[in-house]
Design a protein around this ligand. Structure first.
Ligand SMILES: Cc1cc2nc3c(=O)[nH]c(=O)nc-3n(C[C@H](O)[C@H](O)[C@H](O)COP(=O)(O)O)c2cc1C
Length: 195
């Protein structure tokens, strides 16, 4: 078996579309910018995700450069700050968790996860790399993005850009920067009953 991406030797046990194993989250980004059309395609894909009652509770606030991007970068944990500023775009992801009547929207995180995955797969098809980022200041993200705390929850950030090489990141980081594996499907999918 030969792999076109030297950092990705994932093999699926069952027949799946290659996009599922091709996508992986590199920490290496080049400084190449994204066009407005590319950015539009990413959020277009995300917003076709399914959601309970078609509520579409996801909210994305993004920045590419300038003072806004500085503020986005300031949210990053120490580890993430070592590589995310290289990425062409950073996205803050929120989920609307309370509806207009004040009721909790139970599935909003699940729905927002579906939208993130749509964005990630679309990005991969466009030759771009994404990496979700739980390591951000979740509270400060509200103010940076201008999002009200009473209706939304901060979920994570996303770094998006062109995939770099080992030369684009610290050598220690580069060593561990490859497509990781997964548990066996038999550990996570059960017929009829768990255990
Ligand atoms: C919600 C979420 C939060 C994550 N947070 C971070 C993070 O803070 N920093 C980081 O480098 N990677 C982060 N990751 C990336 C995961 O480590 C990565 O997706 C996982 O190891 C699976 O690898 P893959 O995306 O290459 O398939 C996060 C991923 C998700 C989905």
């Amino acid at each position: 078996m030969t792999f076109t991406d030297k950092k990705n030797s994932r093999i699926a046990d069952a027949d799946v579309e290659p996009m599922f194993t091709d996508r992986w989250s590199s920490k290496a980004f080049t400084s190449e910018k994204l066009s407005e059309d590319q950015i539009a395609s990413l959020f277009e894909a995300a917003h076709w995700a399914p959601s309970a009652n078609n509520r579409q509770p996801w909210l994305f606030v993004y920045s590419t450069d300038g003072p806004d991007r500085e503020k986005f970068n300031s949210l990053l944990s120490e580890g993430n700050a070592r590589y995310v500023p290289n990425a062409a775009m950073m996205v803050l992801v929120f989920a609307r968790t309370v509806d207009d009547e004040g009721n909790k929207i139970r599935t909003s995180h699940f729905d927002t996860g579906a939208a993130w995955m749509s964005l990630a797969l679309q990005a991969n098809r466009m030759g771009l790399n994404t990496r979700a980022l739980g390591g951000i200041d979740l509270d400060a993200a509200y103010d940076v993005a201008g999002v009200p705390r009473d209706k939304f929850e901060t979920i994570c950030g996303i770094a998006v850009g062109y995939r770099g090489t080992d030369d684009d990141i610290h050598p220690r980081m580069a060593k561990q920067n490859f497509a990781n594996d997964r548990k066996d499907v038999s550990e996570v999918a059960f017929n009829g009953k768990y255990s």
